[in-house]
Design a protein around this ligand. Structure first.
Ligand SMILES: O=P(O)(O)OC[C@H]1O[C@H](OP(=O)(O)OP(=O)(O)O)[C@H](O)[C@@H]1O
Ligand SMILES: Nc1nc2[nH]cnc2c(=O)[nH]1
Length: 179
């Protein structure tokens, strides 16, 4: 799989250092609040699992899976819940954990839903932000890195379900898409 990568944008140590930094900020901001960290499957799973271990205060974890209809490398904005939360969010301080915000459509839908369920607060922690493609006014509260307008893979992010287990973030060679 490494041979399919044209360029590494963020190395494993870049990512791990940033995760520690975000964890320290979240520890400070959420101490005593017992936040509910919601991982948006599947892409955010590696980030969630590293991030929660960098947060040094009580928290709970839950998982949600949504699917957006559309082409494999872009989001259509139509979102369907594939797996809902097991936890009631009413009155909870929620942190939505994402791997990437691109158009922002997936997250806009989720934030609306969590607010309608009367969460006490809803904030967003994302590893990557691709602001060039935003079609909503959404801005993450905690963000690891801004990335250019390119399709990235690794550390949870896939192309056709591959590359999620790369420990770094990279861009694929052109021929991978045509194969
Ligand atoms: O800002 P948007 O344009 O809505 O795109 C961002 C969403 O796209 C990716 O998920 P994807 O639908 O690829 O599912 P996956 O996490 O299971 O790979 C990513 O994990 C975000 O949830
Ligand atoms: N793998 C991957 N999924 C995405 N979903 C939205 N943007 C991206 C991206 O750049 N890479």
């Amino acid at each position: 799989m490494h041979e399919d990568i044209r360029e590494v944008l963020l190395s494993e140590s870049d990512i791990q250092e940033k995760v520690k930094e975000l964890g320290a900020r979240l520890t400070k901001d959420y101490s005593g609040l017992n936040p509910l960290c919601i991982c948006v499957l599947k892409g955010a799973a590696p980030f969630m699992s590293d991030l929660v271990r960098a947060i040094d205060t009580d928290l709970e974890m839950d998982y949600m899976a949504v699917s957006s209809y559309g082409a494999s490398t872009s989001s259509s904005g139509v979102v369907r819940i594939v797996k809902d939360l097991d936890t009631a969010v009413e009155g909870r301080h929620v942190i939505v954990v994402e791997d990437i915000i691109d158009s922002g459509l997936t997250l806009s839908y989720l934030l609306d839903l969590l607010r309608r369920r009367n969460a006490a607060s809803v904030k967003v922690a994302t590893l990557l932000d691709k602001p060039a493609r935003r079609t909503t006014g959404l801005k993450p509260d905690y963000c690891g890195f801004e990335v250019p307008d390119e399709f990235v893979v690794g550390y949870g992010l896939d192309y056709a379900e591959k590359y999620r287990n790369l420990p770094y973030i990279g861009v694929l060679k052109e021929n991978v898409y045509s194969d």
